[in-house]
Design a protein around this ligand. Structure first.
Ligand SMILES: Cc1cc2nc3c(=O)[nH]c(=O)nc-3n(C[C@H](O)[C@H](O)[C@H](O)COP(=O)(O)OP(=O)(O)OC[C@H]3O[C@@H](n4cnc5c(N)ncnc54)[C@H](O)[C@@H]3O)c2cc1C
Length: 447
């Protein structure tokens, strides 16, 4: 075997990349490893743009195992290992009309069977606990034009909440990785993964040709340097296609732009101060009955973060792999479009929460889901026929809450193990998140 600079290079220092690097290094301390990222620090990509919410209110086995083991590990990191992650169970409240409730009934039963701590709230209870919320629109023609649904029920998830994505990325995974001797290199973009013959080069034009066995021998950086490694792990999230498509690898990632809008005003303080739901004495994270619009309460500065909204007709952004060296990459664009608030989310939300009427937008930003459009779950695989390459991507909209499990599954795959052990001793078949024998059960708890 030729001598390489590294045993393992992880490309991408988002939460999935650092979790993967940490678990591989923890189980193989002697490996020479490096994380490389085009940003100036870890977690500066879509991890930084995220709302960083977590939940266990899922009906599918895969979602439940990935998220609950991850969140339990994060709680262990914070409570037993003493790393402050600002993790708080502020609860989730899924608001729905009668029709949505009926549709979700069997999923709710599955969650109760799985001992997920949820409570069903009826309309009167919701109105009493959150007087700011409007629940009925039968006589409101504007609301009907907007397609609003009444609020008849709420599903309250107790073991759901928020954490600081930057803290788990940098204060835990990256810090621990470095303590074990792992290296990091930032402000370094990988522009190409170089396909080579697995054996000696023969000097044939266009090597490696069809019959030759292939490997990734090296990576080229934007400043023209070459990094060699036995294994490269591509954990570049929404940017995955840029390195993989030129190699004929389809990771199923479709980048989808998502906005977060922030409204901060003293008028919100009474609404945010609520004694009924959690120890933080704040209103829960709300999911409204239309278009997955959600509101995250940020009590300490009287603000709310508004996310979600209809994605029908919204484009996936495909970048040209041959042009990634260019300065403006649309996937680096973190600007939100305020008109999407003014003419869409605001019109809907101010009907449900009139307290928002006429309050100005104080901030907004955007990021990209690395969306797996088939089942919205991560994709972890070794491409067939190319040695020295592994892919860990497609966090979709839930990569934060599943990150530790993803890191452990990626580590098991690196070691060619069939089964990964998730936090708490939960066994997970590695191939379930691969492409060839993928086995992700359908999620039924969707509004
Ligand atoms: C608006 C929004 C809200 C979200 N809310 C939630 C939520 O509440 N809960 C939840 O669980 N998830 C949420 N998510 C999803 C979550 O943020 C992602 O699933 C997760 O952060 C993905 O991590 P990652 O490491 O795969 O990607 P990223 O954090 O994007 O990391 C990829 C890294 O690769 C680097 N990179 C890319 N190309 C190259 C290259 N060629 N060379 C070197 N480096 C490169 C980038 O700089 C980046 O740092 C949200 C996402 C968005 C956009």
């Amino acid at each position: 075997m030729n001598k390489t600079d590294y045993d393992v290079v992880v490309i991408g220092a988002g939460l999935l990349g650092v979790a993967t690097a940490y678990h591989i290094k923890r189980n193989n301390e002697n490996l020479k490893m490096m994380i490389v990222d085009k940003a100036a620090s870890a977690g500066a990509g879509n991890t930084a743009q995220s709302a960083a919410m977590y939940r266990d209110t899922f009906s599918s086995e895969v979602n439940l195992q990935l998220s609950s083991t991850t969140v339990n590990f994060f709680k262990h990191v914070q409570n037993e290992m003493g790393v402050d992650l600002s993790l708080r169970d502020i609860t989730y409240l899924w608001l729905m009309d009668r029709q949505q409730f009926e549709k979700n009934k069997s999923a709710i039963e599955t969650m109760l069977e799985n001992k997920i701590r949820i409570e069903i709230l009826k309309k009167d209870d919701i109105k009493e606990k959150i007087p700011e919320l409007v629940t009925d629109f039968d006589d409101n023609s504007e609301a009907q034009m907007l397609g609003l649904r009444n609020i008849d029920f709420g599903i309250l998830g107790y073991d759901c909440g928020e954490l600081d994505a930057d803290k788990i990325t940098r204060d835990f995974y990256e810090t621990e990785f470095k303590k074990m001797g792992g290296e990091t290199r930032y402000s370094t973009q990988i522009t190409e993964l170089v396909l080579e013959p697995e054996e000696e080069k023969l000097g044939i034009p266009g090597e490696p040709v069809g019959w030759q066995k292939k490997k990734i021998g090296s990576a080229v950086t934007s400043d023209g340097k070459i990094i060699t490694s036995q294994t490269f792990i591509v954990a570049t999230g929404a940017w995955s296609n840029e390195l993989l498509l030129p190699l004929g690898i389809n990771s199923q990632v479709m980048p989808l732009k998502k906005y977060i809008f922030r409204v901060q005003h003293n008028r919100l303080s009474g609404f945010l101060d609520n004694e009924f739901f959690n120890e933080e004495k704040t209103t829960p994270f709300f999911i409204f009955p239309v278009h997955g619009i959600h509101v995250k309460p940020v009590k300490y500065n009287n603000s709310i973060w508004i996310g979600g909204g209809s994605v029908v007709g919204k484009p996936f952004i495909i970048t040209n792999p041959n042009k990634v060296k260019e300065e403006t990459n649309p996937l680096d664009d973190t600007e939100a479009n305020p008109r999407d608030y003014e003419f869409d989310r605001y019109l809907i939300l101010s009907e449900y929460l009139p307290i928002l009427k006429d309050l100005p937008l104080t901030n907004s930003w955007a990021g990209f889901y690395a969306m797996n459009t088939i089942d919205k779950n991560p994709v972890i695989f070794k491409p067939i026929g190319i040695k020295g390459l592994q892919v860990v991507t497609a966090g979709s909209g839930s990569g934060i809450m599943k990150a530790d499990a993803i890191g452990r599954i990626a580590e098991a795959l690196y070691q060619n193990k069939e089964v990964a052990e998730l936090y708490g001793g939960v066994s997970f078949k590695v191939s379930r998140l691969g492409l060839k024998n993928r086995d992700v059960d359908k999620e039924f708890f969707v509004i």
